[in-house]
Ligand binder design. Sequence first.
Ligand code: SDX
Length: 430
Amino acid sequence: MSNNSAKLTIGDESWDLEVSPGSVGPSVIDIAALYKNTGHFTYDPGFTSTASCESKITYIDGDEGTLLYRGYPIEQLANQGDFLEACYLLLYGELPTKAQKDDFVQRVTYHTMIHEQMSRFFTGFRRDAHPMAIMVGTVGALSAFYHDSTDISDPHQRMVASLRMIAKMPTIAAMAYKYHVGQPFIYPRNDLDYASNFLHMCFAVPCEEYKVNPVLARAMDRIFILHADHEQNASTSTVRLAGSSGANPFACIAAGIACLWGPAHGGANEAALNMLAEIGSVDRIPEFIKRAKDKNDPFRLMGFGHRVYKNYDPRARIMQKTTHEVLAELGIRDDPLLDVAIELEKIALNDEYFIEKKLYPNIDFYSGITLRALGFPTTMFTVLFALARTVGWIAQWKEMVEDPSQKIGRPRQLYTGYAPRDYVPISQRR
Ligand code: SDX
């Protein structure tokens, strides 16, 4: 294989395949015409070696443990910027000027309310419904209220839909929480920044004034930045595939929420905290490490391992720092689950099984401890992930819709079922 071509040989036939370089990271071998030319499909369940698209939004180096949003390292964006600035960057490709930022914040702020009729959707759910079930249903229903931003061929409508999603997700997420705990909905406030507004909608009650703690709001904002985008993960790929059929953006985001819910993906933050609680104390850690290594035991260390990161997830490091900041601000001297998490990480990172398989903590390992300290029940953890990831889903959806070469996604298969056979009348079946 030369730098710009690869040779495929099957039997006595050979084909040259074009190799295209990325700006950073792996090159790709273009196989788009493979079936037409060779009559063969490639086979890659789970897409471990498959690039599904070209993108300029997010880059991950799994071996180095680096994450870039439009070329900027996540550490710099999380420590120096804020979430709406990161939203602008992911959507438009550049950091905003002061004027652009102020205009964007203003546009998002004035889209935070949802149609009053939508509040009736919540009353259809049981109070103990999982908030993610409420999110899937309610976000999918947005297309029933915002017909004027569902024509994906209109750039203006695409941008309006994008802003509406970013602006309304905190309101819907807070309403899902309030409904879950049986408290009245709290309207968004235009005088609060994005993260403060979300905390206010979640934790304010009509009986008294609720003052948002700026340290906690900053932590919430940083957590949103960490979760904003992550190249072609399962839920983003779901959004792209749904969008490739021309489905409206609200329906595509609802599909992404549904996929994110899985414990192998965004549901891992809830599962990780439940796991830490099940372990309960550091002396029980060896028992669970043993189970995680046992091929016959389906148990896995939740919050550990990653398809791409074969090094420490850079977001986990920032999340761990944020955990300590939040616990210190709240005066929580010792959190037994944090003690278990820190000891579990130390033991796992020195265990040959985890070293050999390159399993490190991912973003979900520490996030649950932080979110619980902020006052959220575990059932809300993946909702917060979905809230933050909405901008990434929308940016990736927009990039796909605006890509002139995009077409409906339609993978093939390796068929190992029956060859053609004739129908047998039921009277002749044994
Ligand atoms: C997210 O893709 C993204 O970018 C996702 C995400 C994002 O921002 O969008 O980063 C968010 O989803 C983070 C990941 C959260 N999930 C978890 O924490 C759940 C626990 N982790 C595992 O389920 C697993 O690590 C995955 C699903 C995250 C990754 O699975 P892969 O890449 O398919 O790896 P694998 O299942 O093939 O595992 C490789 C080996 C296996 O052993 P062998 O079959 O080779 O002997 O490692 C083992 C696995 O058994 N392994 C684990 C393990 N994770 C993998 N063993 C114990 N505990 C674990 N957590």
